[in-house]
Design a protein around this ligand. Structure first.
Ligand SMILES: [Ca+2]
Ligand SMILES: [Ca+2]
Length: 171
């Protein structure tokens, strides 16, 4: 039996699309994608749309789906992408809903694409999520980026009108 060292990257030009970097591994290769690309071969381009009309979380989600996407999830998990959106696209003083909630089960946070929250894929401000208001009425189950918290994440009320960040994959 023979085992040859894999050299996929140099043997297969252009494996990683959109200027992604090809990295050989023992058994194959991985593509390291540029900022707004994902997929095994960086073939998917992520496109973000900043909503300019305030909506409640549920209607914001429906709006994002109506333009072929959903509330931002992947781009919110990736700190580089998230910070780029915050720095370049958000209006100071506005609240922006994102695709993260604990609507299904209190305290269990999940992105709209099904990915569970971890400390590495979220950026909640200190003391958040706090489910503020529970006991008076419903607590807070829908995440937003909050301006006075340097656009860190905070759990907010799903019934409050706010702007939102949509995300869709091109191709
Ligand atoms: Ca909650
Ligand atoms: Ca909160």
């Amino acid at each position: 039996m023979w085992l040859f060292e894999a050299n996929f990257c140099s043997a297969n030009d252009g494996l990683c699309k959109n200027n992604g970097t090809c990295l050989d591994t023992i058994t194959g290769y991985n593509c390291s994608c540029k900022m707004f690309y994902k997929g095994e071969h960086c073939e998917q381009e992520l496109y973000h749309v900043i909503m300019t009309t305030a909506r409640i979380w549920g209607y914001a989600r429906i709006y994002c789906q109506s333009i072929g996407g959903d509330l931002a999830a992947w781009g919110m998990r990736n700190a580089t992408v998230r910070n780029s959106i915050i720095d370049n696209l958000l209006r100071p003083g506005s609240i922006y809903l994102i695709g993260l909630s604990d609507l299904d089960q209190e305290g269990v946070w999940k992105y709209v694409d099904g990915v569970a929250m971890t400390t590495n894929n979220t950026d909640f401000a200190i003391g958040q999520p706090d489910n503020y208001g529970s006991g008076f009425g419903s607590g807070q189950d829908c995440a937003w980026l909050y301006p006075s918290l340097n656009f860190q994440m905070d759990d907010g009320w799903c019934t409050q009108y706010a702007l939102a960040i949509c995300e869709r994959i091109l191709n």
